[in-house]
Design a protein around this ligand. Structure first.
Ligand SMILES: C[S@@+](CC[C@H](N)C(=O)[O-])C[C@H]1O[C@@H](n2cnc3c(N)ncnc32)[C@H](O)[C@@H]1O
Length: 247
C-alpha cells in the first residue's frame, strides 16, 4: 500500500491549539462534571475496556498508535493502569502535542514518541502498528475527510492489527446536550457507530464488533459492573468499534 500524498486539510491546528494548555477533556461542562470529578475518570472507562480486549498490553511488546492523541491522556492512563506498550501519538495540533511530555509523569518512564499529522497524511510507515486507537477525534473531522482518516489508520496497521474507535454516542440525549454546550466541540459532527463501521469497511477488510460504554457516571466506581452488563445496549454515552484487520 502506498502512502497518500499530503493534501489540503480543512482542520486547523490553531482550532485545537487554543484549548491545549487548559485541556481537561470537556470537564468545563457542568453536566459532565456531575458525572465525574476528573477527566481521567472518563478516559479510564475506555482504558479499562481496552485492557480487557488487549491483555497483551499489560505484558509489553505491542506498538500502539493513538491517532489524535491530544494531550496524551489515553496513553498516560493506560500506562498508569499497567500497560507496557511502545506508545506513539499523532495529532493535527502541535499545541496539544507539546502538552504530552509536560503531563507525562516521570514515574512512567519516557513519554510517547510523537509526530504531527501532516494534512491527510499520517506520518508513519505502512504496517507499523499492532494496535491503533482513535478516541473522540472523528467527530472533529469533516465528513468528506473521514475516509482519508480510515485509510491512513488501515495503512499503518499491521496485518491482523486491531483498531479501536471510541466516540461519543449521538443516540444518547445527554451526550448531545453536553456536546452542544462544550466549546471545543463547536464544530463537532457526531457520528453513529454504524457510520464508523461502514467507513472502515469501505477502506479495508475488518472483523468488527461494537460495544457501548459509560452508562453509569464514571466517578462512581461501585457501578462499573453495571456498565459491563450493558455493552450490547446502544444507549451508552460512548461506544467502541473494535476492528481487526485481515491477516
Ligand atoms: C477532543 S480531543 C481528544 C483527544 C484525545 N484523543 C483524548 O481522547 O483525550 C480531539 C483531538 O483530535 C485532534 N484532531 C482533530 N482533527 C484531527 C485530524 N484530522 N487528525 C489528527 N488529529 C485531529 C485535535 O487536535 C484534538 O487533540
Amino acid at each position: 500500500m502506498t502512502a497518500p500524498q499530503p493534501q489540503s486539510w480543512s482542520g486547523e491546528s490553531a482550532e485545537f491549539d487554543e484549548y491545549a494548555a487548559e485541556y481537561q477533556g470537556g470537564l468545563d461542562n457542568p453536566i459532565k462534571r456531575m458525572m465525574g470529578s476528573s477527566p481521567d475518570q472518563f478516559i479510564a472507562v475506555k482504558a479499562r475496556w481496552l485492557l480487557r480486549r488487549e491483555p497483551q498490553l499489560l505484558k509489553g511488546g505491542l506498538a500502539v498508535l493513538d491517532y489524535g492523541c491530544g494531550v496524551g491522556s489515553l496513553m498516560r492512563v493506560l500506562a498508569q493502569l499497567g500497560a507496557k506498550a511502545s506508545f506513539t501519538g499523532c495529532d493535527i495540533s502541535t499545541g496539544m502535542l507539546e502538552q504530552v511530555a509536560k503531563r507525562w509523569p516521570a514515574a512512567l518512564g519516557a513519554p510517547p514518541a510523537l509526530a504531527p499529522q501532516q494534512g491527510a497524511h499520517t506520518p508513519f510507515e505502512d504496517l507499523q502498528f499492532d494496535v491503533a486507537t482513535i478516541s473522540a477525534v472523528l467527530h472533529h473531522v469533516p465528513l468528506e475527510e473521514r475516509p482519508a482518516v480510515y485509510a491512513e489508520l488501515g495503512r499503518v496497521l499491521k496485518p491482523g492489527g486491531r483498531l479501536y474507535v471510541f466516540e461519543h454516542n449521538p443516540r444518547n440525549p445527554l451526550v448531545r446536550h453536553v456536546i452542544a454546550r462544550t466549546p471545543i466541540d463547536r464544530n463537532a459532527i457526531l457520528l453513529d457507530a454504524s457510520e464508523v463501521r461502514h467507513g472502515l469497511l469501505d477502506d479495508a477488510r475488518y472483523d468488527l464488533e461494537t460495544d457501548y460504554l459509560m452508562f453509569m457516571p464514571p466517578g462512581i466506581a461501585v457501578l462499573r459492573g453495571v456498565d459491563r452488563l450493558l455493552t450490547w445496549l446502544p444507549m451508552g454515552a460512548q461506544y467502541a468499534v473494535a476492528a481487526r484487520k485481515a491477516a
